[in-house]
Design a protein around this ligand. Structure first.
Ligand code: FIX
Ligand code: ZN
Length: 434
């Protein structure tokens, strides 16, 4: 259990401050927290999943699960295969290699490998299989629409927010088509290519009929705003979002700085849309590893506080990739009520680090934050990512309630339910509500 042990409570049988429906002892409190947290419906505010209507962009099954970039990076630590050789292999052969390297020849201890084990075990598949034949047969026999229901049910995810790139050809086709997108999937308009690579993005924006130029003159800014307006009308995103490098500053003398100030922030203001800032990624630290080659760096939180201070009428969803930035993010959130910290992103999505960050957030922010998003890229990952996160969040929440009890107040079941609802869905829903 946690720092607050059962023993501490045994001498405190008559603790006051108990509301109706409060647990009688600490074991019961623990059971209540576990039950409520493990079943609370989730709105997953940042994923890379796609609704079924997006066809091949929507990924699931064992070969996709194993070809997750977290696992690809880990595989290179255990084999002599070079990145060039790996990328030349067929997808099924890559999956076979990853399975052999990380699950047969070695013990799957990492968060990402344990995740695959958790998925296989939940689905009743052999977690010690010598090869992938059983798993492949299982997934081949699933009907995609039934499988989606099954995963959502197991993971208790009610809503999924996608990451939608308005410059992606495959996505554009779907957005321009007339097929209705599954209502459980929501859009988030992602601005990475526009903000972090304007020189390459400008011709693509141009191709869509907006008269922008690389030098970002006044007309380009107006046309970029028109581009964003049109995509907002098409996607109906819940928010606009961008990932930013660790050296991100604000204000910034750069195309990104100009675009944020003159196009993105005014658009957020006009449409009453939040801007998600995901800060601290160092893209392509090892380019040979492609998507698996990104790293991180400690960023400057004051860039975010400056944006929040200068734009009090705009709401910001903020996550930092570096562990070192987390305490400062909590402090910044106490100062700016237009800042909503969210998630334990990517390299932070590990039991030990979630435990630390979530405890710190409860201590500094009460329940006024969003503890987690899955960042899932493959549907099946919802099963383990949410299961793992729920366990860590339940530990941190129980510990906070135990501390509160120690100070003289016992939470009721209704209060635990209210807190769980805020943490897993309500805080996000109200943040993006218009
Ligand atoms: O920028 C992002 O949204 C990142 O989450 C991804 O690009 C990253 O590759 C990822 O999958 C992390 O979980
Ligand atoms: Zn992501």
């Amino acid at each position: 259990m946690s720092n607050f042990t059962v023993k501490q409570f045994e001498n405190q049988a008559s603790a006051d401050g108990a509301g109706a429906g409060a647990a009688h002892d600490v074991h019961e409190l623990r059971r209540q927290v576990d039950e409520i947290i493990s079943t609370a419906p989730v709105v997953d505010l940042h994923t890379h999943l796609f609704a079924p209507q997006f066809g091949e962009l929507s990924l699931w099954g064992i070969d996709e699960l194993l070809n997750y970039h977290y696992l690809i990076a880990e595989m290179f630590r255990f084999t002599d295969v070079s990145p060039d050789e790996f990328w030349r292999m067929e997808r099924w052969a890559q999956a076979d290699l990853i399975w052999r390297a990380l699950f047969v020849e070695n013990t799957p201890l990492s968060e990402a490998t344990r995740g695959v084990i958790a998925v296989l075990s939940t689905l009743g598949l052999n977690t010690r299989a010598e090869d992938l034949s059983e798993a492949r047969d299982f997934f081949a026999s699933q009907k995609p629409e039934n499988y989606l229901e099954k995963v959502l049910q197991i993971s208790r995810v009610s809503d999924i927010v996608m990451t939608n790139d308005p410059l992606d050809e495959a996505e554009i086709k779907v957005w321009n088509g007339d097929e209705k997108i599954d209502e459980r999937f929501h859009a988030a308009l992602r601005l990475d290519r526009i903000l972090n690579g304007w020189t390459e993005a400008a011709p693509l924006v141009n191709k869509q009929g907006y008269k922008v130029s690389v030098d970002l003159d006044e007309r380009s800014i107006g046309e970029t705003r028109r581009f964003l307006d049109d995509w907002i009308a098409k996607m109906k995103p819940l928010y606009l979002g961008v990932s930013l490098p660790d050296d991100f500053t604000f204000p910034e003398e750069s195309p990104r700085g100009k675009l944020i100030k003159e196009a993105v922030l005014p658009t957020c203001r006009e449409h009453n849309l939040s801007l998600a800032l995901m800060v601290g990624v160092r893209r392509r630290v090892n380019p040979a590893l492609k998507l698996a080659g990104d790293g991180l760096g400690c960023a400057d939180v004051s860039a975010v506080t400056r944006i929040c201070a200068e734009n009090p009428e705009i709401k910001f969803l903020v996550t930092f990739l570096s562990r070192e930035n987390q305490h400062e993010l909590c402090v910044a959130s106490r100062k700016f009520s237009n800042l909503m910290p969210f998630g334990c992103w990517w390299f932070l999505n590990n039991t030990s680090i979630i435990a630390e960050i979530t405890r710190e957030r409860f201590e500094m922010l009460g329940t006024s934050f969003i503890p987690q998003h899955s960042d899932a890229r493959i549907l099946d990952q919802l099963i383990y990512k949410w299961n793992h996160s729920r366990l860590s969040i339940a530990d941190a929440l129980f510990e906070s309630y135990a501390a509160l009890w120690h100070d003289g107040r016992r939470v009721t079941q209704a209060e635990i339910k209210r807190d769980a609802e805020k943490l897993f869905s309500g805080n996000f829903r109200s943040w993006v509500a218009k």
